[in-house]
Design a binder for this molecule. Structure first.
Ligand SMILES: C[S@@+](CC[C@H](N)C(=O)[O-])C[C@H]1O[C@@H](n2cnc3c(N)ncnc32)[C@H](O)[C@@H]1O
Length: 349
């Protein structure tokens, strides 16, 4: 997660200069904003066929200022995103390739979401979150995140695309490590546009599914489910998961529980436990798990997003066990994957 925006003058193998470290981190929002800018202007897509001069990129990006774009790309190249192959000529690197839209493994949509002007507005109020524990989004917009998104169709589309983008990233590693077969009817609660459930159903032809989310969100799942020929095995259910969830044999919730504080998380989990048919089903959370220690951790940074934006939190294994026990469930196991996401499996207590 660290970005290097200042030169590292420490000799190889020695501890980094702490002044240099602090300056790297203090300027850390600048790389984030430059990444967002490059993704928005589709610079990596313009470089898909090979290196190009910045003048062509500025023109291809809709006529942006050539000198300003040069300086953005030069800065990004110093952290390995794009490379200046000759004066004023840029090419993609493995990292900038990930900014391309719609390519396998792309992070285009998540970059568009994480450093967009809406985020900057919210994080400008971060101190409010730290002083009060409340969300910065409420201070910035007057609304909690999901209520705000209901009213801002353009931002909601950016958010939904980012969630699908993240699902696309983790689905391979999750399907590799966890066997969803034999779960009967699996409801994906807060399932967004159904990307995760569709992939699970495709891998396991014996499974049936229900994508559940707020009515206007889950409407976006229908085209995917239909186009993949899954309509006969997959229902789409609009509703509020605090009011209830549809009856099913098992439940999966990806990046849902981390959005909520403990009381609301327990309410969602209780609704799953209550609606679960039979006693042998599972409630599966696909989430980060915060490990002890000071190792670099994407989860600990996404926890800042939870603090400022969603009002939830990233959790340790023990935190999850506690949530489940309050919801009449029991933590059975945590399955690690090759992505930063884990499958956290619970059964009826
Ligand atoms: C962080 S997103 C995760 C979406 C999806 N599971 C994924 O990972 O791509 C959280 C989801 O919860 C949904 N959600 C929020 N509040 C809800 C509610 N009260 N009832 C049902 N769904 C809700 C949102 O619309 C959103 O799709």
């Amino acid at each position: 997660m660290t970005v290097s925006s200042a030169p590292n003058t420490a000799p190889k193998g020695s501890a980094p200069d702490p002044r240099n470290q602090i300056l790297q981190f203090a300027t850390g929002y600048m790389p984030a904003i430059c990444l967002h800018t490059a993704a928005k202007l589709k610079i990596a897509d313009l470089l898909a066929a090979g290196p190009r001069p910045v003048a062509e990129l500025a023109w291809g990006a809709g006529g942006v200022n050539e000198n300003a774009l040069y300086r953005v790309l030069r800065a990004l190249a110093c952290i390995g995103v794009f490379t200046e192959t000759a004066p004023g000529i840029f090419a993609n690197t493995a990292a900038s390739e990930l900014l391309r839209a719609g390519t396998p493994g792309s992070l285009h949509e998540i970059v568009l979401w994480l450093a967009d002007p809406f985020h900057l507005r919210v994080f400008a109020e971060f101190m409010h979150s730290v002083k009060t524990g409340a969300t910065a989004v409420k201070k910035a917009t007057g609304f909690e995140a999901f209520d705000y998104l209901q009213q801002d169709a353009a931002e909601h589309a950016v958010f939904n695309a980012a969630m699908t983008n993240l699902s696309a990233w983790l689905i391979g590693p999750v399907l590799e490590e966890y066997d969803f077969g034999g779960l009967g009817t699996l409801a994906d609660v807060g399932g967004g546009h159904g990307f995760l459930l569709a992939a699970i159903l495709q891998k396991h032809p014996g499974l049936r599914g229900i994508v559940c989310d707020l009515p206007d969100v889950v409407a976006g799942a229908k085209p995917r489910i239909d186009s993949l020929g899954l309509a006969s095995r997959c229902e789409i259910a609009g509703g509020d998961f605090f009011q209830g969830v549809p009856p099913a044999d098992s439940y999966v919730l990806k990046s849902v529980i981390h959005d909520w504080d403990d009381a609301r998380s327990v309410a969602i989990l209780k609704n799953c436990a209550r609606a679960m048919r039979g006693s042998g089903g599972k409630v599966l959370l696909i989430e980060f798990v915060i490990d002890p220690g000071n190792e670099p951790s994407l989860a600990k940074w996404i926890d800042m997003e939870m603090l400022a934006m969603a009002g939830g939190r990233e959790r340790t294994e023990r935190d999850f066990a506690e949530l489940f026990s309050q919801a009449g469930l029991r933590l059975a196991r945590v399955v690690r994957t090759k992505s930063p996401y884990c499958v956290i499996e619970a059964v009826k207590a």
